[in-house]
Ligand binder design. Structure first.
Ligand code: PLP
Length: 435
């Protein structure tokens, strides 16, 4: 039995059934360099999902390894956050400055889930209300409060949340009642829906609205620029806080802007982050206005949040991102990938929609023909076919029919062309098999 098959057997025995694994024959990655990873059978792949957007700048980057190794060499892997940690303070200063939130404060966690749980806890405490708003088709994490506000049944593992949640349109336009609306009409319809939801499903004392500026798990759905500013105007009328979940959209990945919400010309009350900042190391956090961050009137702590190893790696990652203008590269390569995919969409009607910004690109696959019915089998074929040809991609969307592309932001021109060629071949196979 091959080593990965044996490992899979052991994995299935001791790890939860609900821990999602990709591929008919899941792979074990044992080596990585640049934008390429190698599995235990010696097969090398171009990574176009970056470990769910975690490897923002790719693998084996000397600056990051040196920063982490330097910290390791001091012997202080971690004591606790009860003592001062220089890199934690430096990183917080830099992130607060980048956030655009006046006098921002930063709290570090170990994941995006924890970041959102903390932001929701702060908002509900500050506003003395456990009512929140979320977008339909949203995903904000896997813990008790966040799972309960998931707006996507495929990821909604429990509805026994401590929060009361109402859902608003504005996440996903390709299907649903506002499909085909112009940007202006869509914004107007979603704002009307927000007003209606506030009026008909809440007592008015809502704590916060949490939004992903581009939905990630939900299929890389891009709302029209300015929509969140239009929402904020309504929220401000009621004193409702706006939390921007930047777990996927932060750090320049959307190309045009450093934060996803910047496309809307509005400053949120809080932002949450994770994934790309650690370039694979576990780090997340909340950025918030000081009165919101400091509303807790009791001691609190995260034993590992902001630890020296994670913050040393994250600081080096952030410096690298900024020094090498990876946001600019995300915009450039993203435009080329989207352009190439739109050319494929002209040839293959299994592609229903190509959307995205920067290096956050979704390809919604549909049944070939006129109906545009979602086709999860097409996404399955593309996933397997790309892997066989040496490319790793992601999957998502409300119906599991969206192929998600989010490579490291250091992607080169040549790698972009390689990926487009493989995607073309995989999509052609899906078209042929399903026609
Ligand atoms: N928020 C968003 C937008 C996400 O996409 C995710 C994870 O995919 C999370 C929060 C949760 O982050 P984590 O998996 O690090 O807990």
């Amino acid at each position: 039995m091959p080593a990965d098959a044996e490992l899979l057997e052991r994995h299935r025995k001791v790890l939860p059934d609900w821990l999602a694994l990709y591929y008919d024959e899941p792979i074990e990655i044992v080596h990585a360099s640049g934008r390429h990873v190698t599995d235990s059978r010696g097969r090398t792949y171009l990574d176009f999902f970056a470990g769910i957007l975690t490897n923002a700048i790719g693998y084996g980057v000397a600056e990051i390894s040196d920063a982490v190794r330097g910290q390791l060499d001091t012997g202080v892997v971690h004591t606790s956050t009860l003592y001062l940690i220089r890199k934690q303070v430096e990183l917080a200063e830099q992130i607060a400055e980048l956030s655009g939130i006046p006098d921002a404060k930063v709290f570090f966690t170990n994941s995006g889930t924890e970041a959102n749980e903390t932001a929701l806890m702060l908002a509900t405490q500050h506003r003395r209300s456990n009512q929140v708003l979320a977008l339909r088709n949203s995903y904000h994490g896997r813990a008790f409060a966040t799972i309960g506000i998931t707006g996507n049944r495929g990821w909604s593992a429990s509805s026994l949340s401590p929060l009361k949640v109402s859902y608003v349109h504005g996440g996903y336009r390709y299907r649903g009642p506002f499909s085909g609306y112009t940007d202006a009409d869509y914004i107007a319809a979603c704002v009307e829906d927000l007003r209606d939801v506030l009026q008909t499903t809440t007592a008015g004392d809502v704590a916060a609205m949490i939004v992903e500026p581009i939905q990630g798990v939900g299929g890389f759905n891009v709302p029209p620029d300015g929509m969140l500013a239009a929402f904020k105007e309504v929220l401000d009328e009621h004193g409702i806080l706006l939390i921007s979940d930047e777990v996927q959209t932060g750090w320049g990945r959307t190309g045009e802007h450093f934060w996803g919400i910047d496309a809307h010309g509005v400053t949120p009350d809080a932002m949450t982050f994770a994934k790309g900042l650690g370039n694979g190391l576990a780090i997340g956090g909340v950025i918030a206005r000081p009165e919101l961050m400091d509303c807790l009137r009791a001691n609190s702590i995260s034993t590992f949040g902001g630890n020296p190893m994670a913050t040393a790696g994250a600081k080096a990652t952030l410096d690298y991102l900024l020094d090498h203008d990876l946001q600019g590269n995300a915009a450039k390569q993203g435009d080329r990938v989207i352009g190439g995919l739109r050319e494929l969409a002209d040839r293959y009607d299994v592609i229903g929609d190509v959307r995205g910004k920067g290096l956050m690109i979704g390809v919604e696959l549909v049944e070939p023909g006129a109906g545009h019915e979602p086709s999860p089998p097409a996404a399955g074929i593309v996933l397997e076919q790309t892997r066989e040809r040496g490319l790793l991609v992601g999957k998502g969307g409300l119906h599991g029919n969206v192929v998600r592309l989010a490579p490291p932001m250091t992607l080169t021109d040549e790698e972009t062309e390689d990926a487009l060629e493989i995607l073309g071949a995989a999509i052609a196979t899906a078209q042929e098999e399903l026609s």
